[in-house]
Design a protein. Sequence first.
Length: 326
Amino acid sequence: MGLIIIYEALMYLLVLLFNCAAAQVSDPSVLNCSTPNIVWPGSDVILPCRLQPPLSAESMRVEWTRPDLEPEFIHVYQDGRFLYELQNPHYTYRTSLFVDQLPNGDVSLKLSRVTQSDAGTYRCSLPSVQQEASVQLSVVSEVIGSDQAVQAVVGDDVILPCHMEPPVDVTTLTVEWTTRNGAVVHKFESRKDNTDIQNDTFKGRTSLFHDEMHKGNISLKLINVTLTDAGNYTCFVRKLIQQKKDNVGLFVDSKDKKGRDDDSKASSTVPTGPTNPPALTACHITLIVAAVVILIAGVVAGLVWWTRQRNRRQNQAEAPENIPMM
Ligand SMILES: *[C@@H]1O[C@H](CO)[C@@H](O)[C@H](O)[C@H]1NC(C)=O
Ligand SMILES: *[C@@H]1O[C@H](CO)[C@@H](O)[C@H](O)[C@H]1NC(C)=O
Ligand SMILES: *[C@@H]1O[C@H](CO)[C@@H](O)[C@H](O)[C@H]1NC(C)=O
Ligand SMILES: *[C@@H]1O[C@H](CO)[C@@H](O)[C@H](O)[C@H]1NC(C)=O
Ligand SMILES: *[C@@H]1O[C@H](CO)[C@@H](O)[C@H](O)[C@H]1NC(C)=O
């Protein structure tokens, strides 16, 4: 009986093992890319793409292209080398793959000394596994205020115009408006308005057009204008030590104007990515359970066998006494 239990359990385990192997084969790797944060001209950026679950791309052809360019090839890697002869000249000496990470399925592209014209859609293709994905690269553009002062009378609501040219999504950046003497008129950072550091004179009177910011509109709305509001305002876009700015004048009923410019603070948004520990699949859990069951079945079977053997030995030992003498 014990042997039969062990035998059945073994067969069960074999079937499971086979299913697990089959599941692994039928679960192909997918090219997974993510969009990098908006970058500043002159800096380096990584366009992140990897095969998940990891599959070595070492011996694959890796193609990075920009379909809107001619030639479209940004970086092509094949047979262990970079095919520079295909590369669009605009990207000469500015691209690289993390070759030592290819065995882990990481086919991310590093792009150095980014310019405004690098902004666009990049495509990563791995023809051998029929995988393809796109990444959007946004580059910080110029901040444009207004040459013409905004005219208002006391009590008016005004919009001080300022925008990014070309348009770029600024919702992940720090946007700040200051007066010429450095007072904070309005600050937006970490995707929300920060009223804590706002100058009291402007509390409750300012707002940005949040639903326009992804189009690079950073115009400021100032309500109930007073005579002391008149002067020059500066709009900034910042990240770390880098910043862009421009000015807008506000002219209220022909009155006083003020001081000087002052650039100081720095701010940044830090990308956070969740890192998951390797997950135990249902398959693995079933296998572990099966192994435990078999172990227990084996121990039980062993005990049964051992008890029977002992009983038999006892019976045999008793037998001679029971057998009547002929
Ligand atoms: C792609 O990667 C992201 C983060 O690394 C993850 O949340 C997502 O589930 C992945 N998608 C696939 C299809 O693996
Ligand atoms: C607010 O701004 C006004 C004038 O612009 C200035 O006199 C005042 O010191 C500022 N207050 C703070 C807390 O910066
Ligand atoms: C920004 O948004 C405001 C409010 O919708 C609008 O008046 C202004 O024209 C916009 N500026 C630009 C450059 O789109
Ligand atoms: C506008 O500001 C003045 C003082 O600067 C205040 O008396 C008035 O109530 C304000 N109006 C509104 C609509 O907030
Ligand atoms: C305000 O800015 C304008 C140009 O944008 C400039 O001509 C003017 O002198 C500035 N005024 C002050 C007080 O800085």
